[in-house]
Design a protein around this ligand. Sequence first.
Ligand code: SF4
Length: 329
Amino acid sequence: MSDARLRAALLSWYRASKRDLPWRKNADPYRVWISEIMLQQTTVAAVTPKYEAFLRRFPTLAALAAADEDEVLAAWAGLGYYSRARNLLRAARAVVAEHGGRFPSEEDAVLALPGIGRYTAGAIRSIAFGEPAPLVDGNVIRVFSRLFGLKGRAKDPAFAKTLWPLAERLVDRASPGDWNQALMELGATVCTPESPSCGACPVAKSCVAFAKDLQEKLPLPEERRAPVPVKWTCLWIERDGEVLLWKRSEKERLLKNLWGLPEAGRVDARPGRTLATVSHSITHHALTVTLKEASLAGKAPAGAKWVPREDVGNYLVSSLWLKLLRASA
Ligand code: SF4
């Protein structure tokens, strides 16, 4: 199948079968950008309600740029990888300061914004501005690997790098946004990691993996990374209806710069009974976190703050805390 026929087949399939997702209703650059950042490392099902709530809270780029970091982190609660939310705020402020509040379309200007790499720049420029910008993400890597019979590991950055020229060659000049979304949609709904639905695939006729029965072998399997065990004991210190929270510093290995419950050993306190123990994964870390009731023995540590009990949820944005508080209720 020629490139032109491949494009035609995939584009017509996409236009007929694409999922009705909230960020596809409006290709405004601000909305495309928010959805693309949310969709990095987070599933469509988890992003959908968060995306709509985030846009209700910050309907425009100007509203986001004017927000406090804690407000943005609270709106991001549950999505994880909180540096994404911090970069969103920094980038919104940069667009206001350097581009008069209008999201830029030029490649260099988009790439200069915090938190925007080559993939996100390609998505925003093609979907929101109709620029013939290619993109390569996990779905595209899998589709290309199978369609063209390319051997590589999906998470190997060197393999991904080799696919950019192919993405550049294939991008549809007339409908780059639809083309890029069609490739990703194929990977998300048909050419899935396990058991791809080749019988329903619009490009099966030109697929090398399908012809050679290699669908389950490409991309090559990942090398397994053993999870790193981490144990924390955290303290619930309450006094006169207020709870002691602690802002984790930049130097912490996990949940940097985020509010949390103080860890034992970081605060002068007398631990009491155990309230709950939960397991939780953050990247490749396997955490076991125990929550104990405690009373403060000395002064509250630097970076700590008393917060009314009913407001604690506005600060503890990581789903780890939600899990721990639920388990201890
Ligand atoms: S034929 Fe199967 S393996 Fe090939 S691109 Fe389509 S879904 Fe993926």
